[in-house]
Design a protein around this ligand. Structure first.
Ligand SMILES: NC(=O)c1ccc[n+]([C@@H]2O[C@H](COP(=O)([O-])OP(=O)(O)OC[C@H]3O[C@@H](n4cnc5c(N)ncnc54)[C@H](O)[C@@H]3O)[C@@H](O)[C@H]2O)c1
Length: 396
């Protein structure tokens, strides 16, 4: 991943922040910003004034606007959080940078190669820092894998595998992004989470082979129309990866496994647990018992730490909101970068690499066969279906 070719800005506290978009994710951003020292949440803008007012009342935000232009012109924020639907991210992030603000953009950073190029050139021209909220890459279980790699416990990384099964995501099929990108909207909306972990560990996806299928369970009456499972085999800059995405599953099951030359690491993101398996140093008689106990200890240890963290969060009223620490770590990292004049960990370069990876996966899926799988049975028959590639997706 390339570096931005200018020295990142250093901001003096308090950093004045505006939120653009007062929809579903804005509460988590406002809550996090209110808890950060050196940051002042001064304004919110939304095309729907009621939504903007509601957020302002809940978080005591003084200035309320109905457009970005008004907020930029009157409030003069140092930073704007872009919390709009994905297809609007690039346009408004560029307007912010031209208008004098640095930007933290919700995932995905943007949705086309042309937007990637435009964001990069605007950031360089106006010397603005761009961060992207890849919050899952701040999950403690994922970070424990990163630590094991940094501590050289796994040796050179060869392969990463991510399973991303979630009980939501079906609304992607009715979102405007779906009209623009077809079923590939799933990858840009939800697939960004597993792909951001893969890109962090192995670099950008260089080629992809993809099988999509519809289980028919998620959207009865519209069977076979929506590809709610995606299986990807990926070649990345520094190794190979596999990724499975399942939408509208019965429960969350999100895991990552990393295979290195000297060992492997597993992390269960739902449970917040992880373990490292190193090439054993034990004798043939004891290794199964010893290694299994070490793994069990590692899981028990991380489970206890996670439980204590939850208990500590009770006074703040977000003990069971497991996304809250991720948002705090991700957004906090962005502001730390602005205060110290460094690049955020989830930098523009990383955001662009993830978007390009998503687009490569979508392109691979466009030429692939779509299959249907009826859950609960062993039948799995390929369907004769036309490619869903549209002129809009072909040109992006
Ligand atoms: N990181 C995460 O875990 C996570 C979770 C949920 C959503 N997201 C991302 O956050 C972004 C927003 O998602 P959401 O669920 O909050 O969407 P949302 O539809 O609930 O909210 C979007 C808001 O943007 C406003 N808006 C639309 N056009 C506008 C314009 N031109 N000017 C001003 N306001 C405008 C809408 O009125 C709405 O309030 C998406 O990119 C999504 O992928 C990230």
């Amino acid at each position: 991943m390339g570096q931005i070719n200018f020295k990142p800005a250093v901001l003096r506290p308090p950093i004045r922040v505006g939120i653009l978009g007062a929809g579903g994710i804005s509460t988590a951003h406002a809550q996090t910003l209110k808890g950060l020292a050196d940051v002042e949440l001064v304004a919110v803008a939304d095309a729907d004034p009621l939504k903007a007012r509601r957020l302002a009342e809940r978080f005591a935000i003084k200035e309320v606007y109905s457009s970005l232009a008004e907020m930029l012109g009157q409030s003069l924020p140092d930073v704007v959080h872009i919390l709009l639907p994905p297809e609007m991210h690039a346009r408004f992030a560029i307007e912010c940078m031209v208008g004098g603000a640095h930007v933290l953009v919700e995932k995905p950073l943007c949705v086309s190669l042309a937007e990637c190029r435009e964001l990069e050139s605007t950031s360089a021209q106006f010397h603005r820092t761009v961060g992207v909220n890849h919050n899952v890459t701040f999950d403690p279980a994922f970070l424990s894998v990163v630590d094991a790699i940094r501590d050289r416990r796994l040796g050179a990384i060869q392969h990463v595998s991510v399973g991303w099964n979630i009980p939501f995501g079906g609304n992607t099929f009715t979102a405007p992004l779906h009209r623009l990108k077809g079923p590939g909207a799933v990858v840009l909306e939800t697939g960004v989470h597993p792909l951001s972990m893969i890109v962090r560990l192995l670099g950008e996806v260089k080629s992809a082979s993809v099988l999509t299928s519809s289980t028919g369970d998620a959207h009865r009456g519209n069977r076979n129309a929506n590809q709610d499972t995606w299986q990807m085999s990926l070649v990345c800059e520094r190794g190979t990866a596999q990724c499975f995405i399942g939408l509208d599953r019965g429960f969350t099951d999100t895991r990552i496994s990393v295979i290195g030359e000297d060992g492997s690491a597993l992390a269960d993101l739902r449970l917040g647990c992880g373990a490292v398996v190193e090439n054993t140093r034990r004798s043939a008689l004891f290794f199964k018992f010893g290694d299994a106990m070490e793994m069990a200890w590692s899981f028990a240890n991380s489970a206890s730490r996670g439980f204590l963290d939850r208990l500590r969060r009770i006074p703040a009223g977000c003990a069971t909101d497991d996304n809250a620490p991720l948002m705090r770590a991700s957004i906090g990292n962005f502001y730390q970068a602005l205060l110290t004049g460094t690049e955020p960990t989830a930098s523009m370069a990383e955001g662009l690499a993830v978007v390009r990876s998503c687009l490569r996966v979508i392109e691979a899926a466009e030429t692939a066969e779509i299959a249907t799988a009826k859950s609960g049975t062993k039948t799995f028959e390929p369907l004769e279906v036309e490619s869903w590639q549209t002129p809009a997706t072909a040109s992006s």
